[in-house]
Design a protein around this ligand. Structure first.
Ligand code: DHK
Length: 212
């Protein structure tokens, strides 16, 4: 899934929460592991995922990591014509509100360091059910982040505030996209809310078309 558009600060109000449907939860596809001699130990998986696999009636809320990369801490003052005037705290508040209506638990982080993003993705592999990732400039450069995402075996939605395809050529290529179920760009902060909506759907069905 790729959603592109011109960045818009506002956006339609959140829809009412969807009834959680019956789960057809399958373990994520095994990683190809080309060239590896020993297979990677299976991830521990989230409480939600394990309860769903066991067919438990009452499920804990799925957890989504929302990860933000370099310079996104400066939203609001950083190139407002490109990234808007809203701050990262504003985005986090919008995500919290949307997550509540969707029945998701969110963990929201920002870092300027590649290794920290890798650590959080590895943590998500064991404790979360999906990832929303705006890796900032690391989107266009980081094989380490791609590898971490590929190993996590979780549904990933890549988000960019700006429409990267209307910008410099070097922003048109994304390593993150190679591991993402969907990409949303150009819709500003609303893109994060859409990403949560998409993830809620993918987590419940674990059968997103073109997904993992
Ligand atoms: C954020 C950044 O920091 C840039 O390096 C990316 C992305 C685009 C965004 O639009 O959110 O190229």
């Amino acid at each position: 899934m790729v959603v592109q558009g011109n960045m818009a600060a506002g956006g339609p109000q959140a829809k009412p929460s969807r009834e959680r449907r019956g789960l057809s939860c399958q373990p994520a596809a095994a990683n190809a592991g080309g060239g590896r001699t020993a297979p990677l130990a299976p991830p521990r998986r989230s409480a939600y995922y394990k309860a769903a696999l066991l067919g438990r009636e009452s499920l804990p809320l799925p957890t989504v990591f929302i990860l933000n990369g370099p310079n996104l801490n400066l939203l609001g003052v950083r190139e407002p014509a490109v990234y808007g005037r809203g701050t990262l705290a504003d985005i986090e508040a919008r995500c919290q509100a949307r997550a509540q209506t969707l029945g998701l638990e969110i963990v929201f982080h920002q870092t300027n360091h590649e290794g920290q993003l890798v650590d959080w993705i590895q943590q998500a592999r064991e404790t979360a059910d999906g990832i929303v990732l705006n890796a900032g400039a690391l989107t266009h450069t980081s094989v380490a982040i791609l590898d971490a995402l590929s190993t996590a075996g979780l549904p990933v939605i890549e988000v960019h505030l700006s429409n990267i395809f209307r910008r410099e050529r070097f922003r048109h290529h994304s390593y993150v996209s190679l591991a993402a179920s969907g990409v949303i760009c150009g819709l500003g902060a609303h893109g994060y809310e859409l990403a949560l909506e998409a993830l809620a759907n993918l987590i419940v069905n674990r059968s997103g078309e073109g997904g993992q």
